[in-house]
Design a protein. Sequence first.
Length: 147
Amino acid sequence: MENLHRYIGLLNSRARRYFDHHLSEYALDHNYSTYIIHIVKIEGIRQDQLADHLGVNRSSVKRAIEHLEKHGYATRKVYEFDKRKYTLHPTQKAHDMFDKIMQLKREWNDILTEGFSDDERELISSMILDMNKNAKEHIKNEIKAKT
């Protein structure tokens, strides 16, 4: 159990390398693929909402969106209710890439769970979701306690 954090970190590192390798020819990496997924799934999301949703700072979102715009994956439009904000919209190129990204995610999940039964796949998925929930709640409560 003491190495759990280390192994989670290794899995994350290996996932990033896998996605970076398969997406580099499209001027994308693991991080940009996350933005594409959210922009396609929640078309018209505001930049600030995306930052909150992903748990990253707004300047990171701004840089990522600028990259996606430059390479034809997204467009920004001024938010009609607050001219200082932008809504994000996927291009057809992003929709096409979304399918490829989702296929890569399925392949990676299959690689990770190779040799697992369906019950084991469900169990590990459930446990990881619970771990994420625990971490999120802990961080939220810790931050709340400081304020």
